[in-house]
Design a binder for this molecule. Structure first.
Ligand code: WT7
Length: 672
């Protein structure tokens, strides 16, 4: 039972090392007792876990020192540790041949296995190479790489020498990469010659060159280039160096920096409701513990498991569930370089069969895409190794839940729909762990993880009590994995998460709590949208469009999309001076092009509607509510438009929308 953690506290690390993973799990314990203890005495609960699960150089003094009103979050102060040692060295020491990563490259069956011993050596060599080039504790390093063992080793190398990694998803454009490098003032970039996804090559090194062009990023002194395809890339001396060559010049061991619990571990940029992405900052011990413990308990992780998180390492899911979580728990993590439909929609399940995957963790948008391709792509492969089917990123609709459960999981596997955010560091709501006998409920992430106290509030911040109610989802009390700041902008951190409802963490999501007290997420309540599992600020897309020479003003909203979750709909007003140089199709194409170059192709609006005006209040505020309704085809239900400065503009927008939809239908009809 949960007292186990209390009795073991203080017995030291020898005890914890000799125990098996499952004896460290909450799953066999009385859930109500664990949960009550975790929320009544979080300091004790997390403090005991931290003593038990982390190898410390120096023990911490205070488990918890948090003030939610002030947005001051500190865990395990006084403690010293190294995260890389905790996720690699401890396993390499016990069993260097145990497999840390199975790299499933873009071509099915093109696989490389990396043992914990090999991984330790790579992380050490990269750590030494970074140090040799003057990268020190606290310096930021941007990583713009394909999902690969060397990308993971680069992240771990940073952790080892105390540098702060900032992984930028290798689908972002040069300009988006540049903005992130500049905001973090990164001293080095680690990239690859090219990326390969779904059979297509992505010229990563030249994108990095473009990002750094013309001295745009004066802090960057070094660029390390991993060889992925071996294509001939331009190397600029002395700035650029081949990663593998730099590694081979270094010794295979590297002293690990002794980090304070609250030193930065990494930055990860994510979208908010204004144009500028925010560098979410995570620190060492709290993140490590929270990620490790949630990964283990939500997915019932046992020794020998082969865990496949198919998310890119450029997102938080990849950080916590392809890298830190599985390695902390000493299991094997599949690094998936490809996409769910390459070379065909059976890819996931063929891989599951070949690698004997025990847990798969994917996104609803991928499932919906696969559902469309039919069940035969699933059924022809043996999925008997699977126990848990995980999902994250957006609401898992009931239909997709049932498909996952029956077709993929043969009603044998547990579907675990996890709700969390880049800012939370780890899983917050999940059907597991749960009281014995609790059945997962389609469409519901359901239950708070031990130590997490969710609540619903109304727009005045008053708590909505009872069940069968909806409201804004907040969290009361701190947890170890939560973000500590927005890099370089603590005010924005406070304004976004702590000031809206004082004393609480505000998630930006709405939620419903059903009669059983189980949570379902109803979606974002701010101007953040979720497209194909990618989080985007509508303001980011707007500011990209605004830079188009013909655009006077743009307003972007999300609309329900049957596969992508949400699609992007842009309303655009052209400048008065606009003189058509081509057809309207050409203009729209060039607008889409600008979004691709400013952010990345995943942010390109599916629909662009050119309009003479936007619905604005007399004070000039765009009424997005109306734009969302039109985009969702709910033109008969626009609500009160009497406060608009020019109500006629709504009629114009409606008729243009209807027209555009007809044209699209016609175009699609022709294609089929
Ligand atoms: C937003 C966070 C955490 C990893 C992936 C996304 C939405 C996430 C769920 C879920 C409904 C979900 C929320 C959240 N979201 N998981 N299981 N059900 N919505 O991380 O990019 O930081 O996005 O994703 O809206 O706020 P992220």
């Amino acid at each position: 039972m949960f007292r186990r953690s209390l009795t073991l506290a203080g017995r030291g690390l020898a005890a914890s090392r000799s125990r098996t993973l499952s004896s460290l799990s909450f799953l066999s314990e009385d859930h109500a007792k664990v949960y009550d203890h975790s929320t009544n005495d979080p300091e004790r609960f997390w403090g005991d876990l931290a003593r038990e699960r982390i190898d410390w150089h120096q023990p911490f003094n205070t488990a918890m020192n948090c003030d939610m009103n002030a947005g001051k979050i500190r865990w395990f102060e006084g403690g010293k540790l190294n995260v890389c040692e905790n996720v690699v060295d401890r396993h390499a020491r016990l069993d260097p041949n145990r497999i840390a990563f199975i790299w499933e490259k873009d071509e099915p069956g093109d696989v490389e296995r990396v043992s914990y011993g090999d991984l330790l050596e790579s992380a050490c060599r990269i750590g030494n190479a970074l140090r040799a080039r003057g990268i020190q504790r606290g310096d930021r390093v941007a990583i713009y790489m394909p999902v690969s063992p060397l990308a993971a080793a680069s992240m771990l190398a940073c952790a080892r020498i105390g540098a702060v990694h900032s992984v930028v998803f290798a689908g972002f454009s040069a300009e988006a990469l540049r903005n992130r490098i500049r905001d973090a003032e990164a001293k080095a970039v680690i990239t690859a010659d090219e990326g390969v996804r779904g059979g297509k090559r992505i010229p990563l090194k030249s994108i990095v060159d473009a990002a750094l062009d013309d001295g745009a990023c004066p802090t960057v002194g070094d660029v390390f280039v991993m060889t992925r395809t071996g294509s001939d890339v331009k190397m600029m001396h002395p700035r650029d160096v081949k990663l593998e060559e730099a590694m081979s010049e270094q010794p295979p061991t590297c002293p690990a920096e002794s980090m304070d619990s609250e030193d930065l571990l990494y930055l990860l940029y994510t979208s908010g409701s204004t144009g500028r992405p925010k560098g979410i900052a995570h620190t060492q011990a709290g993140y490590l513990l929270y990620t490790g413990v949630t990964h283990q308990n939500a997915f019932d992780v046992r020794s020998g498991d082969i865990f496949a998180c198919v998310a890119d390492i450029g997102w938080i899911t990849g950080h916590s569930h392809a890298l830190y979580g599985p390695l902390f728990n000493g299991v094997t993590s599949v690094l998936f370089e490809s996409v769910p439909t390459y070379p065909n929609p059976g890819r996931y399940w063929e891989m599951v069969q070949r690698l004997r995957v025990t847990q798969i963790y994917t996104a609803p948008t991928a499932l919906r895409l696969l559902i469309k391709s039919g069940d035969s792509h699933v059924r022809k492969y043996d999925r008997s190794s699977l126990r848990i089917l995980g999902c994250v990123g957006e609401p898992l609709n009931v239909e997709a839940w049932h498909w996952y459960h029956t077709v993929v999981g043969e009603r044998r596997c547990t579907v675990v729909d996890t709700w969390w955010q880049t800012e939370t560091g780890g899983i917050m709501l999940s059907p597991r762990p749960a009281p014995t006998g609790t059945q997962p409920k389609p469409g519901f992430p359901m239950l708070p993880f031990p130590g997490i106290r969710p609540l619903l509030v109304d727009s005045n911040g008053a708590e909505i009590v009872g069940n069968d109610v909806s409201g804004l989802l907040c969290i009361r009390g701190a947890w170890p994995g939560m973000a500590r700041t927005i890099y370089g902008d603590h005010e924005r951190f406070l304004n976004t998460y702590f000031r809206p409802y004082p004393g609480l963490y505000f998630t930006g999501d709405g939620a419903y709590r059903d009669v059983d007290g189980h949570y379902r997420i109803t979606g974002r309540v701010d101007d953040v949208i979720n497209v194909k599992g990618h989080r985007l600020g509508t303001a980011e897309v707007e500011s990209a469009l605004d830079e188009h020479p013909d655009v006077a003003e743009a307003a972007v909203v999300g609309f329900p999309h049957e596969v992508y979750g949400e699609g992007i709909y842009a309303y655009v007003i052209l400048k008065d001076t606009f003189a058509p140089a081509g057809t309207m199709d050409d203009i729209v194409k060039s607008m889409k092009g600008i979004v691709k170059s400013k952010i990345g192709s995943f942010a390109v609006p599916e629909i662009v509607l050119v309009t003479p005006g936007l619905p604005k209040t007399r004070s000039g505020k765009i009424m997005r509510r109306i734009l969302r309704k039109v985009a969702a085809n709910q033109t008969d239900d626009l609500g009160d438009v009497s406060t608009l400065a020019d109500p006629a503009v709504v009629e114009e927008i409606k008729s243009r929308h209807v027209e555009l939809m007809k044209e699209r239908e016609y175009a699609y009809g022709r294609k089929e």
